[in-house]
Structures are given as structure tokens and as C-alpha cells.
Ligand binder design. Structure first.
Ligand code: ADP
Ligand code: MG
Length: 684
């Protein structure tokens, strides 16, 4: 969809270019020329002969052929202009900066459709309308953007919001982050975020393409394509950080399950990012820090050496890393003693490695060599080095730059003295380096990158009894399935459940209770939320209690029978699924029972789910320590819980008609995990 004329045009026309650089048409021309694109640029403006030193044509009919048109005129003039460009001037690339299209309602939508139609019939590509433009190492076709250093190895960046694109650059440029290309896709009339990902994927070249991709997206209209191209890029060795802003409500979806209430499209986005291996960010600051981490050598482990000449920030960083499950291991032994002997008296190498306010550039070099060559249980170094203003730190930053080149482990520069060391920081940036201004934000970003799960490599490995599942599903109608059918489906996929049966007469209930074995639980069949209507009776120990409970259950409005179930015990977790428009099935798990809606401690993944992904879901729960056993409580069998998740995934694959599914609670006690309440709603 993206043609080469849009990426690397040999000639550009600016329609609506002017001398006024406070207007988009004037500013984009200035940016183009400042970026070195001066030849083969022309301008169309009916009121001028020369614009910013370039020949200006009165009408588009007079211009020479142009590969790319950047358009900054009122929306109503756009269709005729691009028709001439597409049909008479061989123009293939179009960037429409102008607003006044689909964002303004039906009339604007029609205008936008007309424009897309004209461009598509000429096999052209359109960025916008209503966008800030495009910048890459060939040309700067954007207005109102702070311009970063554009180099092939910089980040590729696509944004669904022009303003946010500009503000991300405003934050990134002072920190030395370099870019390779920037696409502001505006209304995404033809090319949106998904198509830019597709372009990056299809043109990816191991040797020349940037490996860092940044995405800001507001509306995810094509999650399937997003997932496909993002996964493919990550599979090719790219790293992606993305912000998905705005969480739309789940719309008209009937939400009657716990899982449904907890899901919604934001959980689906989380799941999609998890599946692809995208690092999800929530602020510009975080995105820029994560991007900066990406620009360093690959971090192979979680053990960090904190190197500093100032105690406080070293401790802050150590705390931030530890809080985020990273390690700052104690360093000792003969090699450590040897290093200590080369530093000033009073230094410490135990980690944090503190080489004092008087520490020198040479000492920093020595420390980094030791970290790289001698300390095997360290995977990376974070160097915090600023100045009180009494010392020039240029020599230190020069050493830092050299060691970042030569050392095999990543070295992260945290340069806090934005004012006092401004000159030295400029020098460091001129080496092509980015840096981190603040240690805690750095620590959080590093941990986030490190802990983002690798993309799922396989689907669910479970073999479900698909024939049996289809037999059940094919014979049922839309709505909630009866408990017996729910039970049969769980059995067909091997999800452990409590021994149970349904009774419609008192004698039958008592007999069932005896067969199952006291103590039992009795539950009303009919109402969806049983506890809410007093429809759950726990701890029934005798025939008489069973009879009384049966009567109580059958007196409830809507009761059609009574479920008799073996009483179990354990910690309450849940697992469930919803069907999300365009995303497919989303499986959630987390802390269940009465805490489910209060704590909202959940993890989500998209079907199909591998065992690896299921484990990563469990491990990302805040309540994960419960799986390890706390305060004398038995640990929970993580492998079995993960298996239940993959079995759920297999069930959903075999029965895509399942719209909502809830196993709440799953009672977890040591090696036993069983479903005591299951609900399934199907849409046939
Ligand atoms: P609902 O969710 O419709 O209110 P449940 O079947 O989940 O009904 O029962 C409510 C609560 O009762 C559960 O969260 C759990 O704490 C407890 N419970 C239900 N069944 C059992 C059982 N077989 N053994 C032990 N506790 C149970
Ligand atoms: Mg329940």
C-alpha cells in the first residue's frame, strides 16, 4: 500500500506552500529545505511568484511531474487538485496536512472517501488527511514537529495523533533519541498504523532497517493486522514499544459474567501486546525511556551493576530495580578487591559501585572493564554520573561512550546534570548517544523491557475431544448452557471439576448427596448469579439438612432444579473468557471469589494460548506470591493452573460459538485445582 514515491521521492510539490512559516504550508517547506531537499521541489500558490526562494506556480496544471505532493489547502479544493496530480502529473505519494475531512462528520467523510478513491485508482498512497506529515532520512515532509536527528539506525515511529507525535519528539530530542522515520497518519483514510507496520514488515532488511519501532495508537480498528505485522517484526529481531490511549467501553456486549465485566477492549489490547511481545507504555516519558533502552545492546539477564559517584541516586536506582524484580547482586572476591585497590580510598565496589565525587574518567573506564570482563554474575552496567558544577565531565562522558562501544554488556548512561553538565551532554549526544535523565524512571523502563514476555511461539498444545465438543455445541441454542452440558464440555477438554449432579425432586437430591458423599453444597439451577439470590448452601452434612436446603433452593424465583456438589476447599482463583470484537477470544485469569471485582488482579491473553504464555499470565499477577505459598499456606500448583488455561484455550478453539465463559471460583489447594462454578454462554 505504501509506494516508494512516498518514502523516497525524487520530486516534491507543496500545494499551498507559502512564505508564512507559521502556517503548515510555509513550515513544511522550510522543514523540507532545512533538511536538504531543495532541488526538485516546487510550490503551487495562486498568489505568489516565488515562495521561500523557490519557483511558484499559480495552478497545479502548470507544474512538472512530481512523485510526492504535500497538500496544505482548504479541504474543498483537495479532490480536484489531487485528480490533476494523479492523472496528469504522475504523482503517487500524497500527504494531506489539511483538516476538514472525516473528523467533521458526514460531509467530510464523503470528501475523504472521494479523495481516497482518486488516489487508489492511480495506485497511489495517502498519508492523512488531518496529519502532521512524514519525516525520514530522505525528506522532512512535516510541519509543527520538532525535528530529531534522522539516521537509518534510529527509531521508526508511527502515531495516530499528530500532536502526540510532536510531543513525543519534544521529549525525546533533548534526551538524544534518534529517529529513522516518523509517520503521523492523521485520519488514516487509506494508510493507518496497521498499514505502516505492514510496510515496515514487508520491507524489513536485516542489515539496513531500524530494529526499534514506536507506536502511538488511539483506535485499534484492525487488531488482526496489528498482531500479524507486529509479531512478524518482533520475530525478525525488532523491538516494539507502544502506547494505546483511550479505552473504549465494551459497547453493547452483554456482560453478565465476572470475566466479561473485567475484560473489555483494554484487556484485549494488553493480551494482543502480550502475544506479539510488545512493551506497553502509558506515557511519553515511559515510551522514550523504553525506546532508549531498546537502542542499547541486548540485556541478557537481570543482574545489574549500579556504578555511581553519588550515593543517593545509586540507592534510588537500586531500590527501583529491586522493586521491579531485577537484581543488584553483591560483588565480592579477589577481583573485586583488586578493583577496589585501583579506586580512591573510601570507594566501595560491593554494588552499588561508588567511586566517590572525586572519581575520575580513568577509574570509570577501569570499573567498566571489570564489569565487562571479570564479574561474570553481572549482565549490565548502569552508570550515574553528573556534576556539582565543580568538575567538567566531558572526559568522563568520552570514556563512557568508548566503553559503550567496546564492552559486550550493555552500559546505560544516566546523566542527571541537565543544567550543570549541559555542554558535556551535548557532546555525548553528538556521539549519537541517547541518555536517561532520571534513575528511577530508567530502572522502571529497564525492568519493563526485561520482563516483557517473549512472543508466544506456539498455540495451545492440548488436544481437546473436538468431536464431543462439536456434538454438544451443535445441538444447543443461544444462551446459557444447562449445568450438565457445561460439565460435559469441561470433561471433553479435561478441566477438573467438582463431583456433582442435578436433582429436581427432594428424594433425588438426598440420594445424590449420599452418592457424592457429605459434606455437600447445594445450589439453585436457573438464576445466573446464585449467591445474590441466596441460592448457594454450603456445608450440608446430613439428609435432613439436604432436604431443608432443597426446599429453600426451589422456593427461589426462576429455580428449575438443584445442583448437588461435593464440598471442596482452597484459595479462590478464576479463569474465564470473552469474545472480543475483531480480537477473537480473550482468556483472563486472576484472584477470584469475593476479591475478583475489588482487586481486579487479572492477566489476559488471546487464544490460542501456549503453556509458556499461560505461565507468564500467572506470573504477572499481583497475587502470584500465593502460588509460591505464603504464611504457612500450601503453594498452588502453577503448572496445573497453567494447564487449565491452555485447556480453556483449546475448548474455545473447538467451540468459537462460546461468547462468555466463567470458572469462578477455581478452588486451589496444593496439587488440587477444581472448578466448582462454571457458566458458559453461547451465541449460535
Ligand atoms: P455464584 O457465583 O453464582 O454466586 P458459586 O457456585 O460460585 O455461585 O458459589 C458461591 C461461593 O460459594 C463460591 O465463590 C465459593 O466460595 C463457595 N462455593 C461454591 N461451591 C463450592 C464448593 N463445591 N465447595 C466449596 N465452596 C464452594
Ligand atoms: Mg461463582
Amino acid at each position: 500500500m505504501i509506494v516508494n514515491e512516498l518514502i523516497n521521492p525524487k520530486s516534491i510539490v507543496v500545494i499551498g506552500g507559502s512564505n508564512d512559516i507559521t502556517k503548515p504550508g510555509g513550515r513544511v517547506m522550510k522543514n523540507l529545505m532545512d533538511g536538504g531537499f531543495r532541488d526538485n521541489v516546487c510550490v503551487v500558490n495562486p498568489k505568489e511568484d516565488m515562495v521561500q526562494g523557490l519557483k511558484c506556480y499559480r495552478t497545479v496544471g502548470e507544474i512538472p511531474s512530481s512523485d510526492l505532493a504535500i497538500i496544505a489547502i482548504a479541504a474543498k479544493y483537495v479532490p480536484d487538485t489531487i485528480r490533476t496530480l494523479a492523472q496528469e502529473k504522475s504523482t503517487k505519494g500524497f500527504i494531506i496536512l489539511s483538516a476538514g475531512f472525516s473528523e467533521l462528520g458526514d460531509e467530510g467523510k464523503a470528501l475523504e472517501r472521494e479523495v481516497v478513491g482518486i488516489i487508489e485508482s492511480a495506485n497511489g498512497s495517502l498519508i492523512g488527511p488531518n496529519c502532521v506529515g512524514v519525516m525520514n532520512s530522505f525528506y522532512r515532509g512535516a510541519f509543527a514537529c520538532a525535528v530529531p536527528r534522522l539516521v537509518p539506525e534510529g527509531c521508526d515511529f508511527v502515531s495516530g495523533s499528530g500532536a502526540t507525535a510532536s510531543f513525543i519528539l519534544e521529549y525525546a530530542i533533548p534526551l538524544g533519541l534518534q529517529f529513522s522515520s516518523i509517520f503521523s497518519v492523521g485520519n488514516s483514510a487509506q494508510i493507518g498504523v496497521e498499514e505502516v507496520l505492514q510496510y515496515w514488515d514487508e520491507t524489513f532488511d536485516e542489515k539496513t532497517s531500524s530494529k526499534v519501532k514506536l507506536v502511538y495508537i488511539e483506535k485499534m480498528d484492525k487488531p488482526d493486522l496489528f498482531l500479524k505485522y507486529a509479531s512478524s517484526l518482533i520475530g525478525k529481531g525488532c523491538k516494539i514499544a507502544a502506547i494505546k490511549a483511550g479505552t473504549t467501553s465494551a459497547g453493547s456486549r452483554a456482560v453478565s459474567s465476572h470475566t466479561g465485566a473485567l475484560a473489555g477492549s483494554d484487556a484485549a489490547v494488553d493480551a494482543l501486546f502480550r502475544k506479539a511481545g510488545i512493551v506497553r507504555c502509558s506515557s511519553r516519558e515511559e515510551m522514550v525511556n523504553v525506546a532508549n533502552v531498546f537502542m542499547h545492546k541486548e540485556l541478557k539477564g537481570d543482574r545489574i551493576a549500579v556504578i555511581t559517584h553519588a550515593g543517593g541516586p545509586g540507592v534510588l536506582l537500586t531500590d527501583a530495580l529491586a522493586k521491579n524484580n531485577m537484581k543488584v547482586p553483591h560483588i565480592s572476591g579477589p577481583r573485586a578487591d583488586e578493583l577496589l585497590s585501583k579506586l580512591f580510598h573510601g570507594s566501595s565496589v560491593a554494588n552499588p559501585i561508588d567511586f566517590l565525587a572525586t572519581g575520575t574518567a580513568e577509574q570509570l573506564g577501569t570499573i567498566l572493564d571489570y564489569v565487562d570482563n571479570e564479574f561474570d554474575d553481572i549482565d549490565a552496567a548502569a552508570v550515574i554520573f553528573g556534576t556539582s558544577g565543580l568538575f567538567d565531565v566531558k572526559d568522563v562522558y568520552a570514556v563512557l561512550n568508548e566503553k559503550m562501544k567496546t564492552c559486550s554488556k550493555p552500559i546505560y548512561p544516566i546523566l542527571p546534570s541537565l543544567v550543570q553538565a549541559a555542554d558535556a551532554i551535548e557532546m555525548f549526544k553528538a556521539f549519537g548517544r541517547g541518555f536517561f535523565p532520571e534513575e528511577v524512571a530508567f530502572g522502571n523502563a529497564l525492568a519493563k523491557v526485561y520482563h516483557t514476555a517473549r512472543p508466544a511461539t506456539s498455540g495451545s498444545e492440548i488436544k481437546a475431544d473436538a468431536k464431543q465438543i462439536r456434538k454438544i455445541i451443535d445441538s444447543c441454542e443461544s444462551g446459557y448452557l444447562a449445568p450438565e452440558l457445561v460439565g460435559q464440555l469441561l470433561d471433553a477438554v479435561g478441566i477438573p471439576r467438582a463431583k456433582e449432579g442435578t436433582a429436581s425432586a427432594k428424594g433425588e437430591a438426598v440420594q445424590l448427596a449420599n452418592e457424592i458423599g457429605f459434606p455437600v453444597v447445594m445450589k439453585v439451577v436457573g438464576p445466573v448469579h446464585k449467591s445474590d439470590v441466596g441460592g448457594v448452601c454450603l456445608g450440608i452434612k446430613t439428609d435432613a439438612e439436604a432436604e431443608a436446603a432443597f426446599e429453600k433452593m426451589m422456593a427461589i424465583d426462576g429455580a428449575t432444579g438443584v445442583l448437588v456438589q461435593r464440598m471442596a476447599s482452597g484459595m479462590e482463583f478464576f479463569a474465564g473468557a470473552t469474545k472480543e470484537d475483531k480480537f477473537g477470544h480473550l482468556v483472563l485469569c486472576g484472584l477470584g471469589g469475593i476479591f475478583i471485582e475489588v482487586l481486579k488482579d487479572t492477566a489476559a491473553a488471546l487464544v490460542p494460548i501456549s503453556s509458556e504464555t499461560a505461565h507468564s499470565m500467572i506470573q504477572s499477577l499481583r497475587s502470584y506470591p500465593l502460588f509460591k505459598g505464603v504464611r504457612g499456606k500450601e503453594p498452588i500448583d502453577e503448572a496445573l493452573f497453567a494447564e487449565i488455561i491452555t485447556r480453556l484455550s483449546a475448548l474455545l478453539e473447538a467451540a468459537p460459538e462460546i461468547a462468555e465463559l466463567d470458572l469462578n471460583p477455581l478452588l486451589c489447594a496444593g496439587k488440587s485445582i477444581i472448578a466448582v462454578d462454571a457458566r458458559i454462554r453461547v451465541e449460535i
